[in-house]
Ligand binder design. Structure first.
Ligand code: PLP
Length: 373
């Protein structure tokens, strides 16, 4: 095989493909002379709410803030517990900590890597106020049993939909499955802005009103501050860019699905390599294509030597990170999360990755496995 250079995610091609639309969006905002909470944000909120089938969408500063503001909006704070996955990006836990509540980690299902509803039930205490499932890697968490549990225990289900723009669960859009959802439009997400951006989705009128104020200094009318709010607003420029990209999301997700199908077919049956598993009720958007290998670090180094960039999502689970040293959770407490951290490798993936590049990645992985027989 002749050596290629395969990026983990091509960040430039999305701009080149949509240059006319994105440049026009930029020009529109420049010409408007209005940069915060204006017509572009309002229009994007309507368009994204309609796309997800949620009653309300509220643009906020980023995905972490979306989750934090939802918890604040529900009055969840000191003394409260929120159930979170043991294996997630640390933002899920930080949102809970920012609200003053305690993250209670629960292990995932070993096949889907998403929250295991049976384990969630065992973690519910009288202090539990909410469950915060993550649609990890773009695959939906099993929400129906979580909603059933929430109904019985009077809890809120808050989706972390940061990796799931367009993911469907039993035919329904994620982001509109729980009581509220936090979305991130970080540039690397499937629907990415050209800077930081996020949104809250909900059908709850009261929560929507509260978030509208929380994101804007606790005010409905400028300079009349009813409570101590935050500054966490989606800006007009990012909203305009997101409006330009949203109509292409479905097609771009389909292109990712083609790459995923190629990987799944051509990497099947290799010794020691675990491929992602998608139950029949889920339509993943392949934000990440995760594989597991017991000698992950060697595999990553081998791929890198052959020009293939990969990432690890995530090398350290939140409970072992410096940020949560204060919780004093010993190593070995969450073996599934620790196993994923030790063995997970994310292969190149994106709407602008060619099948030729995917074939090259497959070839290099096969070489690695053959050479280590
Ligand atoms: C990206 C991400 C977030 C945070 O989003 P930001 O916009 O970067 O704040 C939260 N949760 C998960 C699972 C993410 O992947």
């Amino acid at each position: 095989m002749t050596q290629r250079k395969v990026p983990f995610l091509d960040m430039k091609s999305p701009y080149l493909e949509l240059k006319a639309e994105l440049d026009a969006a930029y020009q529109r905002v420049m010409d408007s002379g209005w940069y915060i909470l204006g017509g572009e944000v309002k229009a994007f909120e309507q368009e994204y709410a309609a796309y997800c089938g949620a009653r309300h969408c509220l643009g906020v500063g980023n995905g972490l803030e979306a989750l934090h503001l939802i918890l604040r909006g529900y009055g969840i704070g000191g003394g409260d517990e929120v159930i979170v996955p043991s294996n997630t990006y640390i933002a899920t836990w930080l949102a809970v900590s920012y609200a003053g509540a305690r993250p209670v980690p629960v292990e995932p299902d070993p096949h889907t890597y998403n929250l295991n509803p049976l384990r969630v039930e065992a973690a519910i205490t009288p202090q539990t106020r909410a469950i915060l499932p993550v649609h990890l890697y773009g695959q939906p968490a099993d929400i129906d049993p979580l909603m059933e549990l929430a109904g019985r225990h009077n809890l809120k289900v808050i989706e972390d939909a940061a990796q799931a723009q367009g993911t469907r669960y039993k035919g329904r859009q994620t982001g509109a499955l729980g009581h509220a959802a936090g979305v991130s439009f970080y540039p690397g997400k499937n629907l990415g802005a050209l800077g930081d951006a996020g949104a809250v989705l909900t059908d709850d009128d009261g929560l929507a009103e509260k978030i509208r104020m929380l994101r804007n200094y606790g005010s409905q009318v400028k300079y009349y501050n009813e409570f101590k709010g935050y500054n966490s607003r989606l800006d007009e420029l990012q909203a305009a860019f997101l409006r330009a990209k949203l109509p292409h999301l479905e097609e771009w997700n389909q292109r990712r699905a083609k790459i995923a199908a190629y990987y799944l077919e051509h990497l099947a049956g290799l010794p020691d390599l675990t491929l992602p598993f998608a139950p029949e009720w889920c339509s993943p958007i392949w934000h990440i294509f995760p594989v597991l290998h017991p000698r992950r670090d060697e595999l990553q180094k081998y791929l890198s030597g052959q020009g293939v960039d990969t990432l690890i999502h995530y090398p350290i689970p939140p409970h072992l990170s410096g940020a949560y040293a204060d919780m004093q959770i010993p190593q070995g407490s969450f073996p599934l999360a620790e196993h994923l951290a030790a063995c997970e490798l994310s292969l190149p993936m994106g709407p602008h990755l060619s099948l030729e590049d995917a074939a090259y990645v497959v070839g290099v992985i096969r070489q690695f496995i053959d050479s280590s027989k």
